[in-house]
Each structure stands twice: as structure tokens, then as C-alpha cells.
Design a binder for this molecule. Structure first.
Ligand SMILES: Cc1cc2nc3c(=O)[nH]c(=O)nc-3n(C[C@H](O)[C@H](O)[C@H](O)COP(=O)(O)O)c2cc1C
Length: 391
């Protein structure tokens, strides 16, 4: 069984990651993880925090001489900003004279109002510290390790920003994309003509002292047919992916393939026609991919395409009216140092979540304690596809 857990507060000493259930025999280095941690830190519209952090995951267990042992992998990511919060976020009791950086003015759209009542906290920092998207750094580290596992099967995950505010890319092509563009673009777009428009939209929001959301796309290529299952509701891969994406902070919508656009079309313009294709072991392919690679909650061999909607950030330099959680007085919402637009880094978090879910379903279907065993299980399975579609 594959599992992963994270721990850590935004301004606490750091983040812990525990990944359980990965096989032995995978080459894993801190440098491999660092690539994605750095990608997550980038993006036009980020606040001052990212200038302080230099995220690096230290491997603490589960790997010996650079190779996984099949035992739980644990990682530690230090929060460099903790230096400025040593007493305020100390895990140990502190003197009453210490500035605990408490706050009580709720932020509409953040987790602090509901969290304060739920966990009986009169200092909203006790909610915000864990609800913060700093936690997604730990997910990206876990996802980077899962990507190493997935690459053993040729599975590759990409992502890009589709829209920021009202500015939207209409490029639906996924086959001939120059994915290096996303790595050089500050807004992770594959449409160079949109780069400036996205940046201008973010700058305009900053000037207007508000924030801006958008949508991004995550795609997984080279998947075998048959991951996930329709046999029970909680084994459906589309459902698992939707939950994983929805769990990313500020994500409010998930679409598989052309889920929403398809509702406006006739059935015959929506469904992906299956044709013989002798070029690969599956012997079949689909002429289009409106379904986003999933039918019946199962991969159909086409790329998985997930579109994700992320709301504008709740914390704003021109705050909304709100309430003080302790006095009930009407106040202005708290402002804490914040991002203006988080859509570009959210792409990298989306990649991590898709990598984690695909790792889970591959291990579920193909099991095995050493990577060689799993590779051989996958190969035995895909060879059975030769029985279909004639010779
Ligand atoms: C990469 C990333 C960065 C974020 N940065 C901030 C931020 O600086 N300020 C903020 O208020 N919310 C930020 N958020 C969103 C909040 O974490 C989120 O809105 C909050 O936890 C409430 O949860 P919900 O929006 O999922 O309901 C960020 C989200 C992501 C994905």
C-alpha cells in the first residue's frame, strides 16, 4: 500500500515528508528533488517569502547510497524563514513577553474563521500556519520521488498555465508542444504571445491591491491502458485525481479532458472514436482525446489531461471588511505578506499530486517490492494486450 504524509507549519522549523510503499531499487538523490522544489518557488506574482527560502529536501531515511531500500522514505525541508519566527513559532513554551505574532482579524476566503471555531483557537495563526500553502512544498518533494518511479515506465508529467484572470490560451494542442517554454516562462505558458498579457494582468492586480486566479493544465503521457477501476466508486482514477487536485490550496474546480466544454456539444462530437493502430502493443488508439484519457475511471491509453481552477488569493493589501474572532467587532481583514498570483507555482504542485496518484494506482495494479519486479509485471500485463485486435 502506497501512502504519504506531510507535517510542519509555515513558519515553524520545517516540513517533514513520509513516503511509504515505494519499491527498492530506485536511484533517488536530493538533487532530483531539488529540481521540482526550485520550479515550485518560481513564478511571476509571488510574495517576499520565496526570496527568503531556498528549498532543499534532506533525505533522512529509506535510501542507502542513493538507492531506495523499500522502507519508508523520510525527508526534512528546513524553513529558512523560521529564523525570523524563532520565538513566535517555537515548539516549546515561551516567556509571555515574547511577541507571538498573534492575530485575530479573520481573512474571508482563508481557513482561519472555520479553523478557529473548529480547533478552539483564539489566535488565528494557529490555523493559518498549517492551512498555508507552504505545506505543498512537502507534496512537491514527494511528487518528485514519484516522478522518478513513473519514469521507469516512460510516464512523463507536464503542466502549463491556461488562463490568468480573463486572459486565456486557446491552444488545445498537446502533442507538438515545446515544454521547455514553461520552464523559461515566468508564468509557465506555452503560448509566448500570452506571456506579457499574463504578466500585465498580474501587475494590474497588484496595482489595484487585489489578487488574481486562473486555470492550469496537468498532463500525463505514455500511460498503459487499465489504471484505476470502475469496480468501486473509490477506485475510479478520475475521482482520485479530482480529489488530489481539489486538495491543493485555493483550488476550486477540476475538469478531466473537455468535461465542461463537452456539455455544450452533441454526443457524436464528444466521444473519442477508437481505431486500429498497429504501432504499439495496445493495437488501438483514439482519434481524439476529449475524455482526457479516462473512461469508466480507467486509463484508456491516451494522455490524462486535467484542467484545474484556482481562485484568487484571499490575503490582500486592500483587505475586505471582516470580524475580529475574539471581540466580534467589524474590522479590516488581516494582511500578512502574501502572493498576488499563485497560478504558475500551482502547476508544479498539480504535477506532484498527479504523480502521487499515478504511483498509487500503478503500485495497486502491479505491486512488487523491487522496481525490477514491477517493471516485469507491467510488461507481462501489456503483452496480454496482443491478444486483442488481431495480429
Ligand atoms: C502556491 C500557493 C500559494 C499560496 N499563497 C497564498 C498566500 O500568499 N496568501 C494567501 O492568503 N493564500 C495563499 N494560497 C491559498 C491559501 O493557502 C488557501 O486559499 C487557504 O488555505 C484556504 O483554503 P481554500 O482556498 O483551499 O479553501 C496559496 C495557494 C497556493 C497553491
Amino acid at each position: 500500500m502506497f501512502r504519504f504524509l506531510t507535517a510542519g507549519e509555515s513558519h515553524g522549523p520545517g516540513l517533514s515528508v513520509l513516503i511509504d510503499g515505494l519499491p527498492a531499487g530506485l536511484d533517488i538523490s536530493e538533487d532530483d528533488i531539488k529540481v521540482d522544489l526550485e520550479r515550485r518557488q518560481k513564478g511571476f506574482g509571488r510574495g517576499g517569502r520565496m526570496k527568503i527560502e531556498k528549498d532543499h529536501a534532506v533525505i533522512k531515511s529509506g535510501i542507502r547510497h542513493g538507492v531506495s531500500l523499500g522502507s519508508p522514505i523520510s525527508l526534512w525541508i528546513e524553513n529558512l524563514d523560521h529564523e525570523n519566527w524563532k520565538e513566535a513559532m517555537s515548539p516549546y513554551p515561551v516567556n509571555n513577553s515574547v511577541d507571538k505574532k498573534e492575530f485575530t482579524k479573520t481573512v474571508p476566503g482563508h481557513a482561519d474563521f472555520a479553523g478557529a471555531l473548529k480547533y478552539k483557537q483564539h489566535d488565528l495563526r494557529n490555523v493559518l500556519e498549517r492551512a498555508s500553502a507552504r505545506e505543498t512544498t512537502a507534496r512537491v518533494a514527494a511528487g518528485a520521488i514519484c516522478k522518478i518511479f513513473l519514469l521507469k515506465f516512460g510516464i512523463d508529467i507536464k503542466s502549463r498555465v491556461i488562463s490568468i484572470g480573463k486572459i486565456e490560451s486557446n491552444d488545445e494542442n498537446i502533442d507538438n508542444v515545446d515544454w521547455t517554454l514553461t520552464e523559461t516562462s515566468e508564468v509557465r505558458t506555452t503560448s509566448p504571445d500570452l506571456e506579457k498579457k499574463f504578466i500585465d494582468a498580474i501587475l494590474k492586480s497588484k496595482k489595484e491591491r487585489t489578487t488574481i486566479g486562473g486555470t492550469f493544465q496537468v498532463i500525463a503521457f505514455n500511460l498503459p491502458v487499465g489504471l484505476g477501476s470502475f469496480s468501486q466508486w473509490d477506485r475510479k482514477l478520475d475521482g482520485k485525481i479530482a480529489q488530489a487536485m481539489m486538495s491543493i490550496n485555493a483550488v476550486k474546480g477540476v475538469e478531466i479532458g473537455n468535461g465542461f466544454k463537452n456539455t455544450k456539444k452533441a454526443g457524436r462530437d464528444v466521444h473519442d472514436v477508437i481505431v486500429p493502430d498497429k504501432k504499439d502493443k495496445r493495437n488501438f488508439k483514439h482519434l481524439t482525446n476529449h475524455a482526457g484519457g479516462l473512461e469508466g475511471g480507467v486509463t484508456n491509453g491516451e494522455p490524462i489531461i486535467v484542467n484545474v481552477a484556482i481562485k484568487p488569493i484571499a490575503t490582500m493589501t486592500n483587505p475586505l471588511p471582516s470580524v475580529d474572532i475574539n471581540t466580534g467587532e467589524i474590522v479590516e481583514a488581516q494582511y500578512n505578506r502574501s502572493d498576488i498570483c499563485q497560478v504558475p507555482p500551482a502547476c508544479v504542485i498539480g504535477e506532484a499530486m498527479l504523480a502521487i496518484i499515478l504511483t498509487d494506482v500503478i503500485l495497486e495494479k502491479f505491486g512488487g517490492d523491487h522496481i525490477d519486479e514491477i517493471i516485469s509485471n507491467v510488461s507481462n500485463y501489456t503483452n496480454t494486450h496482443n491478444e486483442f485486435g488481431g495480429k
